[in-house]
Design a protein around this ligand. Structure first.
Ligand SMILES: Cc1ncc(COP(=O)(O)O)c(C=O)c1O
Length: 433
């Protein structure tokens, strides 16, 4: 039993049999495999069940409050239940939740996104990032008449077959249980940020290459920004090969007003979006060159069908619009400055404690790595000390911080220096044990 950051209440959420979270998880075991329906929120000994979110704070089933440094895996950039978003959703819920017809809201959200992303000439909405990357790759294959897709080890593009085929390590073959081997054979995996190895991996398949899909900043793979050189190289390589360059900005759209592509000055053919553009409700989107997106124009007799009972549902559209409205350019700057302060303080702490540790970051995203080696790709991330990360995760949970088991975190606009200091102090208390 430990004190939380709130200072008043003891937490027993991490294994004590009487905890509310533990009881809920044990109940869930009878209905859900491993008590789980979202792999990325499971961790040992059991996840913490939440009942409330307010700004950057969440409360669990035992009444323990924590500062949320995950924000639903980066989605809630304005924090939980932001008044702008709540008002927009409440109002929309009384008007029209979903219907077998389009609404003006989808045009508005498309317009707001096109303003921020000039490469996105046309866009379509989905209900998840998984669907967005699946359809972007289908579009690339249809447009080029080719089948091979290149991706990068440790890149995460969701859970459809092609995305699930991408291994965490370049030494492993593509493929995953349940994915037809023939499909995995159409995926080429190269190491992120490595020009020579990427060229060598792709060269034998260039004639069949439909697309290169890349996160400009590896998200789940450890918050590793691409080098400028690498993204420019991919732009050139795809152009020369007649393949499409797909930026998966489902996480990295958060790094700046114009997304990561605005910061790098590289124009992809297609972009996938999700997370923050739905303001906390389910969403995904894919868009880009008008000639490619024309494949989905239903007026054409051979259009690619893209149904979806909840595509562009008015609630997600309303929440996304409210979020983008609250995300002014100066908000990005202050979030980034705060994140820089956190990263600097953590690295100073690691040095003071004599621990090999570093923090990679981009915009309001950051990732702790317990290694001295410079992190350039996911191979470097995997070589770091994951046991210490596990200890940090549980230690932070005990001390009032919601964080990811893999060391990734993000900041949201309700945070200030008090929350950053709380993170650093909880890290100190955990690691100095
Ligand atoms: C870069 C990236 N692409 C795709 C996805 C899949 O999005 P979703 O979880 O909405 O299906 C994610 C989810 O974390 C992601 O980080």
């Amino acid at each position: 039993m430990t004190e939380t950051a709130a200072g008043s209440r003891a937490t027993d959420a991490l294994g004590h049999t009487s905890s509310g979270s533990r009881a809920l998880w044990e109940r869930a075991l009878a209905s859900l495999p491993g008590g789980n329906t979202r792999t990325t929120v499971f961790h040992d000994p059991h996840p913490v069940y939440l009942v409330r979110g307010d700004g950057c704070r969440v409360t669990d089933a035992d009444g323990v409050e924590r500062i949320d440094f995950i924000s639903n895996y980066t989605s809630l950039i304005l924090g939980h239940c932001h008044p702008l978003v709540v008002e927009a959703v409440q109002e929309q819920a009384t008007r029209l939740m979903s219907a077998a017809a389009p609404s003006e809201l989808e045009i508005e959200l498309a317009e707001r996104l096109r303003e921020r992303l000039p490469s996105v000439e046309r866009i379509r909405f989905t209900n998840s990032g998984t669907e967005a990357t699946m359809l972007a790759l289908r579009a690339a294959r249809a447009f080029t008449g080719r089948t091979v897709v290149a991706a990068f080890a440790g890149g995460y593009h969701g859970s459809h077959d092609a995305a699930a085929s991408i291994p965490a390590d370049v030494t492993l073959p593509p493929g995953a249980p349940g994915v037809p081997p023939a499909l995995a054979g159409e995926i080429v995996v190269a190491p992120f940020n490595d020009l020579a190895a990427t060229r060598a991996a792709l060269e034998p398949r260039l004639d069949d290459l439909a697309a290169v899909v890349v996160e400009p900043v590896l998200g789940a793979g450890g918050v590793v920004p691409a080098t400028d050189e690498f993204l420019h190289f991919l732009r050139e390589l795809t152009r020369e090969a007649g393949a499409l360059l797909v930026f998966d900005e489902i996480i990295s759209f958060r790094v700046g007003y114009n997304g990561a592509q605005g910061r790098y000055g590289v124009t992809p053919d297609l972009t996938t979006l999700g997370k923050i553009i739905g303001g906390g409700l389910p969403i995904g989107a894919f868009g880009g060159r008008a000639d490619v997106m024309a494949l989905f124009d239903p007026r054409s007799p051979d259009a690619i069908g893209h149904g979806g009972t909840f595509n562009a549902n008015p609630l997600s559209m309303a929440a996304g619009l409210a979020t983008l409205e609250g995300l002014t350019a100066d908000r990005y700057a202050s979030l980034e400055a705060l994140t820089g302060g956190l990263a600097g303080a953590l690295e100073a702490l690691f040095a003071e404690l004599g621990l090999p540790g570093q923090v990679t970051r981009a915009g309001s995203l950051f990732n702790v790595h317990f290694t001295e080696h410079r992190i350039r790709n996911h191979g470097d991330v995997r070589a770091a000390d994951t046991q210490r990360l596990h200890e940090l995760h549980l230690g932070l949970l005990e001390r009032g911080i919601l964080f990811t088991p893999r060391g990734m975190g993000c900041l949201s606009t309700p945070m200030g220096t008090a929350e950053v200091d709380a993170f650093v102090e909880a890290t100190r208390a955990t690691l100095a044990r």
